[in-house]
Write a protein that binds this ligand. Structure first.
Ligand SMILES: [Zn+2]
Length: 484
């Protein structure tokens, strides 16, 4: 069993970008200011959205791209950004020949490569892999996409594109189409849209709706309120809208049944349609009905002014015939990946005088959430089968580590790596060997006690030799259910 607190802490000053929520809104604006300055100074004279020249901002710095999953554009745009800054790159881009193929853990890989480079960009098929990498790396880690979890730099590019086109993100109405379940890009994007006060209209393919934990966070942590289709007569195409209050305290505006629905229904013109790729590698059914965005779709009056965006690559869900449509901005969106990543790299390396990404504990979330932290062999584990904690090569380096989210009506355990929520469990005391289903020990304020253990079910607690605490009322055995 690994010793308690064996996880090495990175230097206090080391910043990472794993989730879009690791950055505050003002920090995101700071990235955009720097990106805009690069674009103004180094932009192509014909194509204003494209970086056409370089500058020796980071001549002594090295960026390493560690890609454990095939990728072209994310990796190339990071490498292009670093080369435009006058820096150097080293890359491991072929999963089949990497050290991981020889069985090396990610925790070891980042500690080794952290000695060769000043910044690591990581792409990995497992949810939460980038957070694990950030725990072990001695230099900043940027998440280049981890499983279905997040892709925060794509979101920075998407927001920057929206700002270029529409000046402000606040009050924009953005439709998101396609696979909203498995698309990490979408998960980062909807959090950011909600945080900047946009309205989100999901247009999912059947069975590919936003995961429950993403939906829950939008509503409970990012001030979004769902407006259901039933509220609008004849609005067959609208399943739900996420309308975001300007400030968290304005949530109360949404408390009545008559709230703002009318405004939303009347202002149903869409400012942007964000299309996502059908990720056939994540879906076994071949003949799934997937929405296609083409000229016929865009003929609807509500899309008459809508920018069409796509993170690319596309595989048929976005008709090439609309490439010449003035609303199509996806190639500009791809081009903005370079100035945005140049800005992020130079800020993370501390190369922008007078500007920096402040050291942060929890980014957008002002209050750091308490941590439940136990060795991997003890108690409840993350219920997401694709989480990095279930990767055999990482078993010595991960822990059963969760953020304790104390919502108004319940207490959740949120995996510290992949952020999947666990909303049903029993709590136990490891010293006295009792468990309780009548009282949730995690509900108490502050950090959970070191003796506190959580089990997925009562049966699991009994199997480990725990007994029901006396004087608690009998309850029904709880079953572990994932929130996603
Ligand atoms: Zn997890």
């Amino acid at each position: 069993m690994p010793a308690r607190n064996m996880t090495p802490r990175t230097k206090a000053s080391t910043r990472h970008l794993v989730s879009i929520n690791d950055l505050t809104n003002s920090e995101i604006e700071c990235v955009f200011d720097v990106a805009q300055a690069y674009l103004n100074e180094l932009g192509d004279r014909q194509l204003k959205y494209r970086i056409g020249r370089g500058k020796r901002v980071a001549p002594d710095s090295i960026l390493a791209t560690l890609f454990f999953e095939p990728s072209t554009r994310t990796r190339l745009s990071f490498e292009s950004a670093m080369l435009r800054l006058g820096g150097s790159i080293i890359t491991s881009a072929d999963p089949a020949t990497s050290s991981a193929a020889k069985g090396e853990s990610l925790a070891d890989s980042v500690r080794v490569v952290g000695n060769y480079a000043d910044l690591l960009v990581i792409r990995h098929p497992r949810d939460g892999a980038a957070r694990l990498a950030a725990e072990y790396a001695s230099v900043p880690v940027i998440n280049g996409g981890d499983g279905s979890h997040e892709h925060p730099t794509q979101t920075l590019c998407d927001l920057f594109t929206l700002k270029q086109k529409h000046k402000s993100i606040k009050n924009l109405k953005v439709a998101i189409s396609g696979d909203l379940k498995g698309s990490r890009t979408i998960h980062s994007f909807v959090y950011a849209l909600a945080r900047f006060g946009a309205t989100i209209e999901p247009l999912p393919a059947p069975g590919m709706e936003l995961p429950p934990h993403v939906d829950r966070r939008l509503r409970e942590e990012f001030s979004s309120k769902i407006v259901a289709r039933a509220l609008e007569q004849g609005a067959a195409s609208i399943d739900a809208l996420y309308v975001t209050a300007d400030e968290p305290h304005q949530q109360s505006l949404f408390s009545g049944p008559e709230i703002d629905y009318e405004r939303v229904v009347i202002e149903k013109k869409i400012d942007a349609v964000y299309v996502t790729r059908f990720q056939k590698e994540r879906w076994s059914e071949k003949d799934v009905s997937y929405p296609k965005i083409d000229a016929a779709f865009l003929k609807n009056a509500k899309y008459s002014q809508a920018s069409v965006m796509h993170p690319l690559p596309r595989v048929g869900e976005l008709d090439a015939a609309i490439d010449s449509d003035i609303r199509a901005i996806y190639f500009q969106q791809a081009a903005y990946g370079v100035p945005v990543r140049m800005a992020l790299i130079s800020l993370l390396l501390g190369l922008e005088r007078g500007k920096s990404l402040r050291r942060f504990e929890s980014g957008f979330q002002n209050n750091r959430l308490p941590i439940y932290d136990q060795p991997r062999s003890m108690g409840v584990q993350c219920v997401n089968p694709n989480c990095i904690v279930h990767e055999p090569s990482e078993s010595q380096y991960v822990r059963n580590k969760f953020h304790v989210v104390r919502a108004a009506h319940q207490c959740l355990l949120r995996c510290a790596y992949c952020e999947t929520d666990l909303d049903s469990f029993v709590t136990a005391n490891n010293r006295s060997k009792w468990y309780s289903h009548g009282r949730n020990l995690l509900s108490d304020a502050g950090e959970p006690s070191k003796e506190m253990l959580a089990f997925a079910t009562e049966e699991d607690a009994c199997k480990e030799g725990f007994h029901l605490r006396k004087n608690t009322r009998p309850g029904t055995a709880r079953k572990a259910t994932a929130a996603s």
